[in-house]
Ligand binder design. Structure first.
Ligand code: GDP
Ligand code: MG
Length: 402
């Protein structure tokens, strides 16, 4: 019994002394602070303890210093390497050829075809073309947004020709209607998008219109059209209002290998446009396409901004083309927009988008009348190659069926 007590006492004293030593030595000799820039985290924990094994298996791959974000910046090793994250391989796409696109996309006009083309043909095929029927024909045209003046002209011409014709077969009527619609749309205007001035390079195209009409999409699709035709393109992201707008344009460009010039968010659109043309010149590309913002909150603001973009770009060279993008589904509202933009810049061509989503294909006629400017391109879907050069005959054929 005594020996046990003695042994316990000795053990307690020895342990106490040891503990005191350890504590004492810690007090006297504090551990050096870890080096601030790179603690040696590759070293294993100093003293393995019971249970450690369960927490961190020995065979766990050791983390190296490059994999760890250290507070206060990356480790020196990481700094030496360029901070480029492996860029995903961008595959350059080969866009569809542009010739005959409208013919290929004609089924997209089915809504307009049903409302306008089929409606008119059905009415014209009636046994008796009485006053009521002519009124219905007029209504059909007005509903399809052809516009009052053009509608009256068309109905007058049709009435006259039907009267002269006497007997009429469905083929004859179809032929009549086709001719008159084509005449109304006009075949004697130049609908080519002017991108190749004779005396200099690059051609400069500016795309304008209200937000949401499809400006950026159209600019991207147009870049593809040009690339498909063998031209090189630089894009100018002059919609600096939202960073997303520049991203959107750049994405379009990357798909066909077109470089996008962009500025800081909320930066000056005019200087982005200027830089885009400058860059285009230096790179020796064929065409520079400038996408713009379309805030229509205040007309004066828009005027100032677009007017300035135009003036600044024209320090390089005159604009070859100013395309106004109009959403065909907005109908008469589109005409109001068209008027406002026409006051600000000289519109040289119209792009009618979203014709795939409307029965109001007649807007093509109305908007040309309104501005005295030809429709040059039509948007027939959200797909990358759903932009077609506008051809009156193909358009009318799509409307009234072949
Ligand atoms: N269905 C259809 N949608 C279109 C067409 N053109 C553009 N869009 C869509 O309209 C929306 C607005 O287009 P965006 O180019 O961003 O308009 P922005 O604000 O004028 O630049 C997008 O969702 C486009 O995909 C078209 O021809 N048909
Ligand atoms: Mg846009």
């Amino acid at each position: 019994m005594e020996t046990i007590i003695l042994a316990v006492v000795i053990a307690v004293v020895v342990l106490g002394a040891l503990g005191g030593l350890i504590v004492g030595s810690r007090r006297r000799k504090p551990l050096p602070p870890p080096p601030p820039e790179a603690p040696d985290i590759t070293a294993p924990p100093a003293e393995p303890h019971v249970g450690d094994e369960a927490e961190t298996p020995r065979d766990e791959p050791r983390r190296t210093i490059e994999e760890v974000d250290l507070p206060g910046g990356p480790a020196p090793v990481a700094v030496e390497e360029p901070p480029v994250v492996e860029a995903p391989e961008i595959e350059i796409e080969i866009p569809e050829p542009t010739a005959g696109r409208l013919v290929r996309l004609r089924t997209r006009l089915s809504r307009s075809q049903n409302a306008l083309g089929k409606g008119l043909l059905t009415l014209l095929s009636r046994e008796h073309l009485d006053e009521d029927t002519w009124e219905e024909i007029e209504d059909t045209l007005l509903t399809a947004d052809v516009g009052v003046q053009p509608t009256q002209e068309l109905v007058e011409r049709l009435r006259e020709r039907v009267r002269v014709l006497g007997t009429r077969t469905p083929e004859e009527l179809r032929g009549l209607l086709r001719e008159e619609l084509v005449k109304l749309i006009g075949t004697d205007v130049d609908r080519t998008v002017r991108t190749e001035p004779e005396d200099r390079k690059p051609g400069i195209v500016m795309v304008v219109g209200v937000n949401g009409t499809g400006k950026t999409t159209t600019t991207g699709k147009l870049a593809r059209v040009l690339v498909a035709d063998g031209r090189s393109v630089v894009l100018g992201a002059a919609d600096t209002f939202r960073a997303a707008a520049a991203d959107q344009l750049q994405t379009w460009g990357e798909r066909v290998g077109a470089y996008t010039v962009r500025g800081p968010e909320a930066g000056d659109p005019a200087s982005v446009a200027f830089d885009a043309v400058k860059e285009g010149k230096e790179m020796g590309v064929d065409v520079v396409l400038i996408d713009t913002a379309g805030r229509l909150h205040t007309k004066t603001g828009l005027m100032d901004e677009l007017g300035k973009v135009k003036r600044v770009v024209e320090k390089h060279a005159p604009l070859d083309e100013v395309l106004l993008v109009l959403d065909a589904t907005t109908g008469q509202n589109g005409l109001v927009q068209a008027r406002v933009f026409a006051e600000v810049v000289d519109i040289t061509g119209i792009v009618l988008t979203k014709l795939d989503g409307t029965a109001k294909g007649g807007i093509v006629i109305a908007v040309q009348r309104e501005l005295g400017v030809p429709v040059k391109l039509v948007g027939l879907g959200e797909g990358a190659d759903d932009l077609a050069p506008f051809e009156p005959e193909a358009f009318v054929d799509a409307l009234i069926g072949e």
